[in-house]
Design a protein around this ligand. Sequence first.
Ligand SMILES: *Cc1c(COP(=O)(O)O)cnc(C)c1O
Length: 375
Amino acid sequence: METSPASAFIPAERILMGPGPSPVPQRVLRALGAPTLGHLDPQYLAIMDRTCAMLREVFRTKNALTFPVSGTGMAGMECVAVNLIEPGDEVIVGVNGVFGTRMKDVMERCGAKVHALEATWGDVISLEQLKAALDAHPQVKLVGIVHAETSTGALQPLAGFAELVHSRGALLAIDAVTSLGGHELRVDDWGIDAIYSGTQKCLSCPPGLSPVSFGERALAKMDARKTKVQSWYLDVSMLRKYYTGGGGGGRVYHHTAPINMTYALHEALMIVLEEGLDARIERHAQMHRRLRAGLEAMGLTYIPKHSLHSLNCISIPAGADDAKVRRRLLEEYGIEIGAGLGPMAGKAWRIGLMGHGATVRNVDLVLTALKNVLA
Ligand SMILES: *Cc1c(COP(=O)(O)O)cnc(C)c1O
């Protein structure tokens, strides 16, 4: 490790192939360095409005209330939870990995009575299971599900979820942190009422913002609240006045928006839309297949049945030293991959193919590097 003062702050150019952050294109890094505007400057408001418009395209929604929460993906999770839950509300949360576990914790902190819908890590929640849980708990007001469980690499199918949840008068809230911009995701067509994501996964922007979107049903639930939102910072009834200019009184100061991060997200979304959302999703699928074929040819096996394209979770082969392999990948190849979490600690590696990182070059490099390091 270099520690002399002159070189102490020179981050290496890593090849980020872990669970996030993903590699950030130069264009996005340059956007970060543009002059900082005031957060009520008409020029900045125009940039922010375009950013929100592009987020609607990427989420595939017409929801007016679509904006980047100041904070990383966890801030988006908290934002959805604090605004849609009132103390005493019954909710159902799918728990089959780290992020479902966190969602349960966050919702409990909002005063919810959480019924966990559990599945083995690596498995997904079935529609039948959800139906049984809704039958058992008819008072449920919200169902929270992780679409892309980054801790296990499992892709949660959502077909039929919204219809079922709505038929019981509840809302469907989705964690799309690792699927937005990398997997098929249709907020309006799929009937999702509230959703949050993050910038540093398949959007290939630095961490710092959490795109969220709320539909009509979610707005109605928020408008009918009897209690104040517990979080001042994340209270959408105030935030929406700034982000949409709605609620009368025009744009008003709530907190200073992270101006330069908005530039970065704007540029990252431009790149997504230049490539085309469908083409980008297809590229993630192709790179996943290429990686999977190479890994399986080496005798490595995937843990989840429904694998994400953006996050490939494989079993560590017998005899391999988990930490040593990851250290050698980092030191010799500059490649970062992820370790296993929770019950998968020491048993799994997580290889991210997110956004700018989902390329033939990266796939072939990580395959070669793993082959060499495991030999
Ligand atoms: C990364 C991630 C989060 C949390 O995002 P942060 O940016 O780390 O706060 C939440 N949910 C899922 C599924 C994630 O992959």
